[in-house]
Design a protein around this ligand. Structure first.
Ligand code: SF4
Length: 343
């Protein structure tokens, strides 16, 4: 295990740490096999975890697909709670484990199922698209889910001028621009509400919610200008959870999987990813010929909860088990499955 990790991480992780983490990873691999488990790792996991124990790594959509296909008894999700819930929604008979109870998400916490029901009462008949970065009960109130990589495709699939898109204010604004819609953020009481069809004949309407990712909201246009001044030829990639101004000032915007492909397939002298910092390390490890710049003062406190130590304990102690009540799961399943079919 040490040799495998060293081959990939020699320039990214100091040797003393690598040896310690390789021992943990070897123990996890052993237990994983004994317990017939599969480990899914999100692109934001730290390099020593990302390049050692997962059977599959990827973005939310890619991992949802893998979760739907697995024949293992246990799914260990190295990501945050809403992702592990999605795996449970797709695999009700399997045990899904999340290594840390603290791996939440500011975006998922920004909206409740009752908020969605209130919006539906105000806009009867308007389809509801919910970002996968939400909890199961919110998904259950939705017509369809989306990820940052397929959001525009999902919205367009609905063939509706007016769409409710929850809960990320910035992702909604970016998708509204991409799909030619006007974005509105209605106050529900009292309600000066846009009417369905207000934009008909011109632009459609997207009804948003003021949730934000506490990581991506921190990047600014000034950050981009400062980096460009120092590195004039840098390629800057912004996640669509960044503000529309930041996305407009970047060279490329896409989900984490699309960012990885962009770096692999292009030839800029430097790259800057406006997303969780660990992803820059993971891309640097796989592409030693590419120079990655990092703004690592911005970290996701939730993703960073997932460690090799906690993953080992998750397998040893069968913790923390993700449960979703069947009534909610069955409704959420329809929204997630509909998204997966769209691709
Ligand atoms: S990066 Fe943002 S959206 Fe992703 S888990 Fe962290 S807080 Fe949530």
């Amino acid at each position: 295990m040490y040799r495998k990790m060293k081959a990939r991480l020699d320039k990214v992780v100091p040797d003393v740490e690598l040896r310690y983490k390789a021992e943990l990873a070897a123990e996890i691999m052993d237990l994983k096999q004994k317990k017939n488990a599969v480990i899914l790792g999100h692109n934001y996991m730290e390099p020593a975890l990302y390049y050692s124990i997962p059977d599959f790594v990827g973005d939310s959509l890619e991992l949802s697909r893998k979760a739907a296909q697995t024949d293992k008894d246990i799914i260990v999700f190295c990501g945050v709670k809403f992702m592990a819930e999605t795996a449970k929604i797709l695999n009700p008979t399997k045990t899904v484990l999340l290594p840390s109870e603290k791996a939440g998400c500011s975006l998922a916490a920004s909206i409740t199922a009752e908020d969605v029901r209130a919006l539906k009462r105000h806009f009867p008949g308007v389809p509801v698209v919910t970002y996968v970065n939400t909890y199961a009960d919110v998904k259950a109130e939705s017509d369809i889910c989306c990820t940052s990589s397929n959001a525009a495709k999902v919205v367009e699939s609905l063939k509706s001028d007016t769409v409710i898109f929850l809960p990320d204010e910035y992702l909604a604004s970016n998708v509204a621009r991409e799909t030619g819609r006007k974005i509105v953020f209605p106050a529900l009481t009292p309600s000066p509400l846009p009417k369905s069809g207000e934009g008909a004949g011109g632009e459609g309407i997207m009804i948003g919610w003021r949730g934000r990712c506490e990581v991506h909201e921190k990047f600014t246009v000034s950050d981009i200008e400062a980096v460009r001044q120092q590195f004039p030829e840098v390629a800057i990639l912004a996640h669509p959870e960044c503000s529309p101004e930041v996305v407009a000032a970047a060279d490329f915007s896409g989900g984490t999987g699309a960012m990885i492909r962009y770096v692999e397939q292009s030839k800029a002298p430097q790259y800057l990813l406006l997303t969780e910092c660990a992803m820059g390390d993971n891309i640097a490890a796989a592409n030693p010929d590419k120079e990655m710049l990092r703004l690592c003062s911005v970290r996701c406190p939730h993703m960073n909860q997932i460690t090799l130590e906690d993953t080992l304990n998750a397998l040893k102690l069968d913790r923390y088990v993700i449960e979703v009540p069947e009534e909610i799961r069955a409704k959420a399943y329809r929204a997630v499955e509909r998204m997966i079919k769209i691709g």
